[in-house]
Design a protein. Structure first.
Ligand code: SF4
Length: 252
C-alpha cells in the first residue's frame, strides 16, 4: 500500500479507452507519482504501473539485460502484460532465439512488430543497405515508425532505461509523459545500476543474450553493433563510426 498513491479521488481519465491527454493537471499528477516512487523497488514500480494502467499497459523490448530483468519481474507480477519487439529484419539470430527462450521459460510470447517492407524490399528500393549511409533514416523506417504505430491505443509502457547509461538518460523520471509516443513511460530500473541488473540475472538465472558474454554489452541490429574494447563505453559498439548512440526511441 505504500506506493498505491491513491488519493481517494476518482481517476476517471485513466480508466478511459481514448488516448490520455497530457493536460497540465495530468502531467503534474505524473510528476507526483514519479516523486513518490523514487525510492520504490522496480517490482513495486511495475506493480503500481499494472494496477494503474492495465489493460492499457505494455512494454517494448530489444531483449537487453534490463529488458530481460523487467520481463522476469512481469512474469511474476502480471504475465499477461503484452510485450513486443521491433523486428527490423536485422536483429542477431541470438536475439531472435532469446524470444523463444522467453516463451519456454515464462510462457510469454513476445509479439514481433514489423516494418512495412522486408529487408530485401527495403534495400532494393534504396539501392542497398540504408544503415551504411543513413542509419538515422534506417532506424526511423524500421524502428521508430513501427513503434509509433505499435504505441497507438496504449496508455502506458515500461521502459528498460537506467539513468546511469548516458547523460541523456540521467534525467529520466520514474513516471513521465513520453511526448514522442504520447503515452506514459515508466522506467522501473531508472535508479538501478548495471551491477544490480546483472546480480539479479545471476541470482535468478534470468536468460540473457549470449552476445553479452562475447564483448557486446549493448546489442542492437547486427550491422550496427560491434563488440566493445576494454575501457570503452557500454554503448560504444552501437553505430560505431557514426555520430549516433541512440536509435531515437528514448530521446525527446
Ligand atoms: Fe537500421 Fe541499424 Fe537502426 Fe537497425 S540499428 S534499424 S539496421 S540503422
Amino acid at each position: 500500500q505504500l506506493y498505491s498513491l491513491d488519493s481517494g479521488e476518482p481517476r476517471g481519465a485513466l480508466a478511459a479507452d481514448p488516448p490520455l491527454e497530457p493536460t497540465d493537471a495530468f502531467l503534474a499528477e505524473l510528476q507526483r507519482d514519479s516523486d513518490a516512487l523514487e525510492k520504490a523497488t522496480p517490482q513495486e514500480i511495475l506493480k503500481w504501473a499494472v494496477d494503474r494502467f492495465a489493460p492499457h499497459f505494455t512494454m517494448a523490448t530489444a531483449f537487453g539485460p534490463e529488458g530481460m530483468t523487467i520481463i522476469h519481474m512481469l512474469a511474476e507480477i502480471a504475465p499477461e502484460t503484452p510485450i513486443f519487439n521491433l523486428e527490423t529484419g536485422y536483429q542477431f539470430a541470438e536475439t531472435l532465439e532469446l524470444r523463444e527462450t522467453v516463451k519456454k521459460r515464462y510462457g510469454i510470447e513476445v509479439q514481433y512488430k514489423y516494418p512495412k517492407t522486408t529487408v530485401q524490399e527495403y534495400e532494393a528500393a534504396n539501392g542497398g543497405p540504408v544503415y551504411k549511409t543513413d542509419p538515422n533514416r534506417c532506424c526511423f523506417d524500421r524502428k521508430l515508425s513501427v513503434l509509433h504505430e505499435a504505441a497507438k491505443g496504449w496508455h502506458a509502457w515500461a521502459s528498460a532505461i537506467r539513468r546511469d547509461q548516458s547523460p541523456d538518460r540521467a534525467k529520466a523520471p520514474i513516471v513521465g509523459w513520453d511526448r514522442k509516443f504520447q503515452l506514459v513511460k515508466i522506467s522501473p530500473l531508472a535508479n538501478w545500476t548495471k551491477k544490480e541488473v546483472w546480480s539479479l540475472i545471476t541470482s535468478e538465472n534470468i536468460p540473457y543474450n549470449p552476445l553479452h558474454d562475447q564483448g557486446f554489452p549493448s546489442v542492437g541490429c547486427q550491422p550496427c553493433t560491434r563488440a566493445v574494447l576494454a575501457g570503452e563505453d557500454e554503448r560504444a559498439g552501437r553505430w560505431s563510426g557514426f555520430q549516433k548512440t541512440e536509435c531515437g526511441l528514448h530521446s525527446s
